[in-house]
Ligand binder design. Structure first.
Ligand code: DX5
Ligand code: ZN
Length: 215
């Protein structure tokens, strides 16, 4: 069963608790938390304090996507704040293998994220150390951008790599996911679909989540 992870980037920040509870009730599997620092990406959102504030509001796993420079410095804080999965960008980590080890030492699941320009091949030597690979299907920084179709091939390549190595990692896709592009991602081998505007932009959250999951 495909998992759906609503991104609270598209929620109403003044009513975050309500918006988190609403997607939980509507059948979400993870809460996707987009952390942006204004350096790695050209936008600023929130930090570990927001994760800490959301933690008691939901029983769902908090899937924290760090779009920040120097993630090593903040991983401990996000783990302590209640993150269940912490994903770092391959492009932001000079010593990616060490950073992944550091995330796991905190007792949380580790994910690695690939920008559109980064190849599947670039994570061949760390894929067996992660719990999740997040394939960006937009350039990170903003919600509501158009899905880059060329990334479907990358999803297939990572699926194949994981299958050949006998790994049970999750492949997550983030950016421009809606009912139509979700079907393409599922076909390419995705396990977890992140969606911001295609969920929070809809009146019927349950219907939005169901159409992305495809069942
Ligand atoms: C983009 C973020 C995404 C974003 C997706 O930088 O990582 O999680 O919220 O938004 P949509 O689904 O609207 O493309
Ligand atoms: Zn994200």
């Amino acid at each position: 069963m495909i998992k759906v992870a609503p991104s609270i980037l598209s929620a109403n920040f003044a009513h975050l608790a309500d918006d988190v509870k609403a997607v939980e009730k509507a059948g979400a599997d993870y809460i996707h938390v987009d952390v942006m620092d204004g350096h790695f990406v050209p936008n600023i959102t929130f930090g570990a304090l927001a994760v800490k504030a959301i933690r008691p509001v939901t029983d769902l796993p908090l899937d924290v996507h760090l779009m920040i420079e120097n993630p090593d410095q903040y991983i401990g804080e996000f783990a302590k704040a209640g993150a269940d999965i912490i994903s770092v960008h391959a492009e932001a980590c000079t010593h990616l293998h060490r950073t992944i080890g550091y995330i796991k030492e905190q007792g949380v699941k580790a994910g690695v994220v690939l920008n559109p320009a980064t190849s599947a091949e670039s994570i061949r030597h760390v894929i067996e150390n992660v719990d999740l690979v997040l394939v960006m299907t937009v350039n990170p920084g903003f919600g509501g951008q158009a899905f880059i179709h060329g990334m479907l091939q990358k999803i297939r390549e990572i699926r194949q790599m994981a299958d050949e190595m006998g790994l049970s990692i999750e492949i997550e896709v983030d950016g421009g996911v809606n009912a139509e592009t979700a079907a393409l991602c599922r076909e390419a081998g995705a396990d977890v679909l992140v969606a911001g505007s295609a969920i929070y932009g809809k009146k019927d959250l349950k219907d939005a989540i169901t159409s992305i999951r495809g069942v």
